[in-house]
Design a protein around this ligand. Structure first.
Ligand code: 13P
Length: 220
């Protein structure tokens, strides 16, 4: 069971408040060092495929490793929606990060219109077609219509999508999209839900701890 908090472009909580928690944090780049120094399992929110070069505004896997960062998110829907991320660039980032020795959480998920038109499985198939299994690769199913909207996939919808994803690629699959302290247990109880990628609720220490505790109870 893996719980990861994606702080997005928020400053986020004080790392010391999370010390000892069995969870991953994905702070903005400017707080990576603080999180590493606080002993937290720390991932970046994105990583470039080249190790260095003329790529203004990008950060490479060796740079993250030098800081003590353990992994990175790749292909978050906000990168796909707002920053031109494609399946091809997701594949390049994922492959380079894994090769360099980072762990990767690669994100997939359909838009609302795609779900409503029955395209969910086709979208997931397309997004996953560029990825290969790797011991350090974890996937996150994040239906875009559930992100930051308060609309959560039901545990049954999550289970169905996760089982489909696993039939295509053998990797643990986290659920993301409005995971909160009060709905985490139901989602995490599903057999193919291997953890959660938490956005908004990870910015609040008490909410994030409650989600970690729900995961702990599911484990035992
Ligand atoms: P919310 O939990 O705020 O819906 O965000 C989910 C997400 O995008 C995590 O990566």
């Amino acid at each position: 069971m893996i719980i990861a908090g994606n702080w997005k472009m928020f400053r986020g909580p004080e790392p010391s408040a999370l010390a000892g928690l069995d969870a991953i944090v994905c702070p903005p780049y400017t707080r990576l060092r603080e999180c590493v120094e606080a002993g937290l399992m720390t991932y970046a929110q994105n990583v470039h495929w080249e190790s260095e070069g003329a790529y203004t505004g990008e950060i490479s896997a060796p740079m993250l490793l030098e800081l003590g960062v353990a992994g990175s998110l790749v292909g978050h829907s906000e990168r796909r929606q707002y920053f031109g991320e494609t399946d091809e660039t997701v594949a390049k980032r994922t492959r380079a990060a894994l090769t360099a020795g980072l762990k990767v959480i690669a994100c997939v998920g359909e838009l609302r219109a795609e779900r409503e038109s029955g395209e969910t499985e086709n979208v997931l198939r397309r997004q996953l077609s560029v990825l290969e299994p790797h011991p350090n690769l974890v996937l996150a199913y994040e239906p875009v219509w559930a992100i930051g909207t308060g609309l959560t996939a039901t545990p049954e919808m999550a289970q169905e999508a996760h089982a489909f994803i696993k039939s295509l690629l053998d990797a643990p699959v986290l659920y993301g999209g409005s995971v909160k302290a009060d709905n985490a247990a139901g989602l995490l109880a599903q057999p193919d839900v291997d953890g959660a990628l938490v956005g908004g609720a990870s910015l609040d220490v008490e909410s994030f701890k409650a989600i970690c505790q729900a995961a702990e109870r599911t484990r035992s």
